[in-house]
Design a protein around this ligand. Structure first.
Ligand SMILES: NC(=O)c1ccc[n+]([C@@H]2O[C@H](COP(=O)([O-])OP(=O)(O)OC[C@H]3O[C@@H](n4cnc5c(N)ncnc54)[C@H](OP(=O)(O)O)[C@@H]3O)[C@@H](O)[C@H]2O)c1
Length: 408
């Protein structure tokens, strides 16, 4: 989502071609990043019959008006006659928290609607297009003769609502991984000291990223070394997030009251993941478990660690649709080894910690042959103060192959 460039709105009447209008709709969509989950980020742009900019809108918060409705707000039929609506996602066909956008559009004197991608929600998928076409409005999926720009736009259309698409297509949690590392890929010294590797500009951006995901996930090492708060502290964002902790043997559960986490979050927003073998012991010790965090009992694998896929399945059932893993070294690398990461954000600071005595975020990742290297897709780069951030997605076919295998 951070890869989408934020564009200034043009003056009314400014002529935009289809590609420019779709880039603007994408920029509008990305403004909803912190508040729409589990809904998608969607943006819309309205052009008059001569291609002049009239208005724009975006889905601002979960349950709120959709992008199309916000773009059309306050306009009269005469403003819309012969107009062209450009929207990043197919207008919805069904009545959900808000009425059907496709049916509302069908009543308007618009000439054309161009949508970016078909909504994978079975309640919509193609039906929004049909409602508009049946009403005599040309409803077309975005395409362009400029192959390079078309490819860029298609990638951004998927990226801007990637968690939503992943949830609907695979019924799985979307997993992002964020690490702050030295130039030589280390995330902490051997002693466990890691604060701070990156500068304040990167750290403020991480608070924005926290707001884009339903929950932050960390391992118990990070809780004991750093005693982090893991809440959202951003000057422009007021939001409470959820936190998930991996603590297989419930070693830290009794120290909850001393942890900053419990001073910064209500306990119902904290999820403690423990091996299911400890269930009876814990229930015996903490009969009044309502006072503590939510406990998730997770299956273990052959080496006694939590089965991370089972963990994700359980949090999906609890309504958590996206997580951002924030470390530490072992937790990050375990998710990579399990091929469960969709997107990565690595902030690199211009410092060297030395591979000899520090921890790497790929601690347990072993690659023997260059042909097996993990290739990050569609990488994008940004700078924050003196730091550099790279983000991209993991090869789709790795995750999707895994998905198919699991279904079989
Ligand atoms: N630079 C950064 O971005 C950053 C961010 C966060 C933390 N840190 C630093 O990282 C350090 C902590 O990292 P850490 O690696 O020691 O601890 P950690 O990743 O926070 O915690 C270790 C966790 O990994 C789990 N684990 C280990 N192997 C596993 C496997 N094969 N499968 C599933 N889970 C597995 C452990 O579960 P069990 O309960 O089974 O042991 C434990 O919960 C601290 O020094 C902290 O300051 C740096």
């Amino acid at each position: 989502m951070e890869s989408i460039e934020t564009l200034n709105l043009p003056e009314k009447g400014t002529k935009l071609n289809l590609e420019q209008a779709m880039f603007l709709a994408l920029s509008e969509a990305s403004k909803g990043a912190s508040f729409v989950s589990p809904n998608p980020m969607v943006g819309a742009v309205l052009l008059d019959q001569h291609g002049g900019f009239i208005s724009s809108g975006y889905h601002q918060f979960y349950g709120g008006a959709h992008a199309e409705v916000n773009a059309l707000k306050g306009l009269r039929d005469e403003d819309l006659t012969g107009g062209h609506l450009i929207v990043t996602l197919e207008p919805c066909a069904h009545d959900g928290k808000t009425p059907s956008c496709a049916r509302a559009i069908a009543k308007l004197p618009l000439h054309k609607v161009t949508y970016g991608i078909i909504d994978p929600n079975p309640l919509v998928a193609g039906q929004g297009v049909k409602i508009m076409s049946d009403a005599g409005i040309i409803a077309e999926q975005f395409s362009s003769n400029n192959k390079e720009i078309a490819a860029q736009i298609r990638i951004q259309l998927e990226e801007v609502c990637e968690a939503f698409l992943w949830n609907f297509r695979h019924k799985k949690v979307f997993v992002a991984l964020k690490m702050a590392s030295s130039l030589d890929g280390q995330v902490a010294l051997k002693s466990g000291e890691s604060q701070w590797i990156t500068g304040p500009e990167s750290r403020e951006y991480v608070h924005f990223l926290r707001s884009c995901y339903d929950a932050v996930l960390v391992g118990k090492g990070t809780i004991s070394f750093d005693n982090p708060s893991l809440n959202i502290r951003h000057p422009n964002i007021d939001k409470k997030n959820k936190v998930i902790v991996i603590d297989t043997e419930a070693e830290l559960l009794n120290t909850c009251s001393e942890l900053n986490l419990f001073h910064s979050h209500e306990s119902q927003n904290i999820f403690w993941c423990i091996a299911e073998d400890f269930k009876s012991e814990i229930e015996l010790k903490n009969p009044n478990s309502k006072l503590g965090p939510n406990i998730i009992y997770v299956k273990t694998n052959i080496s006694g660690h939590l089965d991370l896929e089972n963990l994700l399945e359980q949090i999906y059932e609890l309504g958590i649709r996206s997580v951002m893993i924030e470390g530490g070294a072992l937790t990050a690398s375990s998710f990579i080894v399990s091929e469960l990461v969709n997107r990565i954000y690595v902030f690199q600071a211009p410092i060297i910690l030395g591979a000899g005595g520090a921890k790497s975020w790929t601690e347990s990742v072993r690659i023997e042959k260059m042909k097996d290297k993990i290739q990050i897709q569609n990488p994008r780069y940004k700078t924050f103060g003196n730091d550099f951030m790279i983000t991209g997605t993991f090869q789709k076919n790795r995750l999707e192959t895994k998905n198919t295998n699991n279904q079989g």
